[in-house]
Design a protein around this ligand. Structure first.
Ligand code: CA
Length: 242
């Protein structure tokens, strides 16, 4: 799907406040995004379907369905990067606890520079196909791909696909990146801060809840292999020894 557009990045901005919408549009356009803006969650879900963006900025407080429900509906069909934008700092902890499926959170007021930094951090991750973006059939890893194995788990790093036995796992980009980091270094105990730096590309220690939530989501999708992702009390996570 990416090849046809010559590398152009697309973003959908879901925001009902016109001033903030303009600010986000301006910021993303100057970062080279082609931007489509909508003012409601339902229009946002529809725009993701038709416009096939690489990034969504999603306001929490929207008329009609709110940002949380919008995020949930987008995640039914897409693993696009989602940055949730809230009116208040204090909301972020609560939002993260709700496991919205957003990749990052930002509170108003924010500067264009801050938004750019968050977006750049997301896009520093390799942009490659994921299982969720191509749901048809199972393709086994190609011969040249880096493939990681751990017990019943297998990750095709270049193809961005993860398998439990023969079954492909429907991971989001963030979950895939987390699993890959853990599987690359099975002996390493990762602190939450180190995972933030490595997977999210950020250093903000206050965001470590984000790691817990995404590890939780990843474990749910791993099914009976979930126990392989071990919590190291007071430290972080590591792959369990086999
Ligand atoms: Ca709003």
């Amino acid at each position: 799907m990416d090849d046809a557009r010559g590398g152009e990045r697309r973003a959908v901005v879901v925001e009902d406040d016109e001033d903030i919408r303009s600010l986000i549009e301006f910021t993303l356009t100057s970062q080279g995004f082609e931007v489509r803006s909508v003012a409601t969650g339902l229009d946002g879900v529809e725009a993701v379907r038709t416009f096939d963006p690489d990034l969504v900025t999603l306001d929490l407080g929207l008329p009609g369905i709110d940002g949380i429900e919008t995020c949930r509906r987008i995640r039914e069909t897409s693993d696009v990067y989602i940055v949730m934008i809230t009116a208040r700092d204090e909301e972020i902890d609560r939002l993260i606890g709700l496991e919205t499926g957003a990749d990052d959170f930002l509170s108003k007021p924010f500067s264009p520079r801050e938004l750019q930094a968050r977006v750049n951090a997301l896009f520093r991750r390799p942009r490659r196909r994921t299982a969720a973006s191509e749901p048809t059939g199972q393709v086994l890893p190609g011969p040249d791909n880096e493939v990681l194995g751990h017990g019943p788990l297998r990750v095709d790093v270049d193809g961005r696909r993860a398998f439990h036995g023969e079954a492909e796992l429907p991971l989001t980009r963030t979950e895939f990146d987390l699993l890959t980091e853990l599987m690359r270094t099975p002996a390493r105990v990762w602190t939450r801060e180190a995972l933030l730096r490595s997977v999210w590309g950020t250093d903000w220690a206050t965001d470590t809840h984000l790691v817990e939530v995404h590890v939780g989501n990843l474990r749910r999708k791993l099914g009976e292999a979930a126990t392989l992702v071990r919590t190291v009390r007071g430290v972080g996570y590591r792959m369990d020894t086999l």
